[in-house]
Ligand binder design. Structure first.
Ligand code: DGL
Length: 265
């Protein structure tokens, strides 16, 4: 057993989709979350900058909180920095891309699949590579969706504006007649209603959240590191506006998001 916390981070609110799945599946574990809202969005920024942010946050989680595992709950940071973080730290680091692809492969019947993500994630080729490695018989269509993250960060999940943007950005996915679409950005599950309206109910939306939580659980079980101490509430940190993180974060995640502390300078 290992009673130390698990660190989780994202550019902002998106990683809360992973936190939700982890709270449900691993209620005994203590989570420490960093939302880097002061420097979001990661998607349009150079991958080198995102790698630097990811390293700073991972360092802080490991050094200040002695976490036993870090979950990079952000596809852009996973694409930019996962290999680097795994080379830099002895603490195990888990990303969200492989988990998402495994969930996508098991959701499709036709093998025509799609992935949507930020410009950084899709441009990095990380999904194209991961799908090729996990199942090279898939017919994959990728689309970058600049602007979606900003809508989520404003708490606008289903307005006419986000609907119009989704119609434009999802056109290649609709044309490719995919039967399963991976939400390759942890913010996107919050837009599910809009995405379903635009795509129709025949397309299965797949997120990496549950698969990531299952992966973390099986790792901890395998290594004998499941926490056995009394449950303690998760802790949340933001590098941006604390009051806003608390207000919107709570409405997105639920009552577990109680108190938010400042992160960074
Ligand atoms: N939630 C992050 C992801 O999964 C990214 C968002 C951003 O652009 O900041 O890619």
């Amino acid at each position: 057993m290992d009673d130390r916390p698990i660190g989780v981070f994202d550019s902002g609110f998106g990683g809360l989709t992973i936190v939700r799945a982890m709270l449900d599946l691993l209620p005994q574990e203590q989570l420490i979350y960093v939302g880097d809202t002061g420097r979001y969005p990661y998607g349009p920024q150079p991958l080198d900058d995102v790698r630097r942010y990811a390293e700073e946050i991972a360092w802080w989680l490991i050094d200040e909180h002695d976490v036993k595992l870090v979950v990079v709950a952000c596809n852009t940071a996973t694409a930019a920095a996962l290999d680097h973080l795994q080379d830099t730290f002895d603490t195990p680091i888990v990303g969200v891309i492989d988990a998402g692809v495994r969930a996508l492969v098991s959701a499709t019947a036709t093998r025509a699949v799609g992935v949507i993500g930020t410009v950084g994630t899709i441009g990095s080729g990380a999904y194209q590579e991961a799908v090729e490695q996990i199942d090279d018989t898939m017919r994959l269509t990728c689309a970058a969706c600049p602007g979606f993250v900003e809508f989520v960060e404003r708490g606008d999940l289903a307005s006419d504006q986000v609907h119009v943007l989704a119609e434009r950005l999802l056109a290649p996915i609709i044309d490719a007649k995919v039967d399963a679409l991976l939400l390759g950005c942890t913010h996107y599950p919050f837009l599910a209603r809009t995405l379903i309206d635009v795509l129709g109910r025949d397309v299965v939306l797949v997120s990496s959240a549950d698969e990531t939580a299952f992966h973390v659980r099986s790792r901890l079980l395998r290594s004998g590191e499941i926490r056995t101490a009394q449950p303690v509430p998760p802790r949340f940190h933001s590098s941006g506006d604390i009051a806003e993180f608390q207000r919107l974060g709570r409405s997105l995640l639920g009552p577990e998001l109680d108190n938010v502390e400042a992160w960074g300078e």
